[in-house]
Design a protein around this ligand. Structure first.
Ligand code: S3P
Length: 167
């Protein structure tokens, strides 16, 4: 089967669903944001502020490349991972990409803590809407499987598990 790569907007539940799914499948859990933070030695906000988004994207691609060859697991990715087509190739070569599809009103309601999310911290609602619409097509094209991300973490986790066991 290879890795299950969870992709989607910030607030779509990739990290919480990913943890639940990894638990259910008894697989390791990986997280590209956490890998970037560990490698850079500073939080994401600080990376954006002091190194800039381009450098962040570079670190993010390195995280994808580092996780791809590891033991099969569930991977939560940063929302912008699909912006680099080579990341999409690496993810698909090493497993299945699963989009957690969540409508933008729900994302707005869920993203309470914007301090951790530099791209939307200034005006969360406007930026989330802009980013969601700019990326909508890219997410769909990058996804092997699209899962309805509405509902509880457990529900969404079960949906992903059912979809992946058939793939
Ligand atoms: C980003 C999403 C964030 C993080 C960074 C950029 C994005 O991850 O990688 O703030 O471009 O959508 P989450 O999707 O886990 O919030």
């Amino acid at each position: 089967m290879g890795h299950v790569w969870l992709i989607g907007m910030m607030g779509s539940g990739k990290t919480s669903v990913g943890r639940v799914l990894a638990d259910r499948l008894a697989l390791p859990f990986y997280d590209t944001d956490a890998t970037v933070v560990a490698n850079a030695g500073m939080p994401i906000v600080a990376i954006f502020e002091s190194l800039g988004e381009t450098r962040f994207r570079d670190l993010e691609s390195r995280a994808v490349q580092a996780i791809a060859p590891l033991d099969e697991g569930v991977v939560s990715t940063g929302g912008g991972v699909v912006l680099d087509p080579s990341n999409i190739g690496t993810m698909r070569d090493s497993g299945t990409t699963v989009l957690l599809d969540v409508d933008v009103d729900t994302l707005v309601a869920r993203i309470a803590d914007v301090t951790e999310r530099p791209l939307v911290s200034a005006d969360p609602e406007r930026h989330l809407r802009e980013i969601a619409s700019a990326r909508a097509e890219t997410y769909r094209q990058a996804a092997d499987i699209i899962i309805d991300g509405a509902g509880s973490i457990e529900e969404v986790g079960r949906r992903v598990e059912a979809a992946c066991s058939g793939s």
